[in-house]
Design a protein around this ligand. Sequence first.
Ligand code: UTP
Length: 316
Amino acid sequence: MNSTPARITKAVIPVAGLGTRFLPATKATPKEMLPVVDKPAIQYVVEEAVSAGMSDVLMVTGRNKRPLEDHFDRNYELEETLRRKGDNDKLERACAPTDLGDIHYVRQGDPLGLGHAVLCAAPHVGHEPFAVLLGDDLIDPRDPLLSRMTEIRAQYGGSVVALMEVDPGQIHLYGCAAVERTADGDTVRITDLIEKPAPGEAPSNYAVIGRYVLDPEIFDVLRGTEPGRGGEIQLTDALRELSTGTTGGPVHGVVFSGRRYDTGDRAEYLRATVRLACERKDLGPEFRSWLHAFVAADTGGRPDIAAGPGLLRPAA
Ligand code: UTP
């Protein structure tokens, strides 16, 4: 049983990737700043960390950090203009990112991989467990995941990753876990991890998604982790060592079955935008009826053919 406190207050959000799948949009802007409806993806992620009690947020940034810093900083001129106009609704929206709390920044320098980005957080994190949230991976706030992961860390110690069952044909796009069952229905023990396995070499269809609760031992392992797949220092490789080695383990996986949107992928980014727009109280009703008409015109009056189940229905 682990002796360190269950409460995890530090969250690390790596946002230093090149975001090449989104070029040219990401040439001068981090992909995490792309809006999903009217809020940059990164703001959803910071809100998730804060609502799980992680008020100390460190972003690992790269060459285009200015837009991120500006987004979470005060904009006095804008705020003053809105205050003078008495436009409280817009003022509230402008201030919301700043009011989330203190956000710290560290530069990664060269984007040498996710594992290297996490290692850049070591001086800030110190010797305590911490969470990592990928800045382009959105978890629907109605399906809380991080709090469950911290519970599992308190129960078993070591590190905890979020897993999702994916179509076996898609597993080569993810880190993949070999697992053993535990007494908790939604939790497995990880016995091995492979980053983006070649077809036929995946030990399961459990994919690692962008939420981690990590033991600080990971830093020592990362310091010795050689570049792996794609020439990058892979977080998956360091976790593999924790899962199979003698220190810093065990590694457990919480199997997530809620709503998740990978906004780093263009098609999924579009789906996330449409879905969240449909569910919005202010925009949803009008947008849904436009979407119905659009899909009906596109499918000869059978929106059910193209839209898939549930997309065009109002949120429950
Ligand atoms: P991705 O694997 O999505 O890479 O990174 P990427 O470079 O951002 O995107 P593409 O594939 O070129 O389009 C997963 C997460 O890890 C961060 C990214 O910002 C993203 O949140 N990351 C990745 C870093 O912070 N540093 C790195 O060196 C690599």
